[in-house]
Write a protein that binds this ligand. Structure first.
Ligand code: NI
Length: 207
């Protein structure tokens, strides 16, 4: 009776091994691809991060990514009702720009809302102005925002806090993106650092 059971067990074991091996191979492939993309981005090489966008500025005027060519863009995604992370980050950006010296003239910090329902052009304009004159606030239709967020691989989602139409917060990823004068991604910049630290990072990355 051992002869029929042995091959069956072996076949079953072989199947499990095969499934496990497939999983390992897939994991290695995914890690490899992710690592490659991350490294190539960090080295300023070819990248798929960022891309063309059409949005509205604080005056309700249409702006596109091409309007920023010739200058570095420091892009941040957030929303004006954000209780803590966004204002802290934008304060640090404003501080970094003050401390960057003449190089600051080559950088345009851009705040793109992930809450276009509440963040109208007038709202983003007033909000950005609260952090100084250098930050440009942008909004758009929900579709335009979804498109640009996808290009920058930004995560955002509405989080309900009550039954009313405005009873919600936005979960969102918090990272700054430095884009070159040609519009290409240069490097991510950590949002959770002081203006001094951010200025030092930007000074190294900006030519
Ligand atoms: Ni925020």
């Amino acid at each position: 009776m051992t002869t029929p059971t042995e091959p069956t067990r072996t076949a079953g074991g072989g199947g499990r091994v095969l499934i496990a091996l497939t999983g390992v191979v897939l994991a290695v492939l995914l890690i490899g691809v992710g690592g490659y993309l991350w490294l190539s981005n960090g080295e300023g090489g070819p990248t798929a991060l960022g891309g063309p966008f059409t949005l509205e500025n604080g005056n309700g005027k249409t702006v596109t990514d091409r309007d920023f060519r010739g200058r570095y863009m420091l892009v941040y995604f957030g929303y004006t009702f954000c209780p803590d992370v966004c204002p802290t980050t934008l304060n640090a950006v404003a501080d970094a720009m003050d401390k960057l010296g003449p190089k600051a003239d080559r950088v345009q910090p851009v705040f793109i809302t992930v809450d276009p329902k509440r963040d109208t052009p007038a709202v983003v304009k007033q909000y950005a102005a609260a952090f100084g004159s250098r930050i440009e606030g942008l909004t758009g239709t929900p579709e335009e925002i979804a498109k640009v967020a996808k290009e920058y691989r930004v995560y955002y989602a509405e989080h309900r806090t009550g039954p009313g139409p405005n009873d919600y917060t936005m979960d969102h990823s918090s990272i700054l993106y430095l884009m070159g004068p040609d519009g290409r991604f240069i490097a991510p910049v950590r949002a959770d650092q002081s203006g001094d630290e951010m200025a030092a990072v930007l000074a190294r990355l900006i030519s």
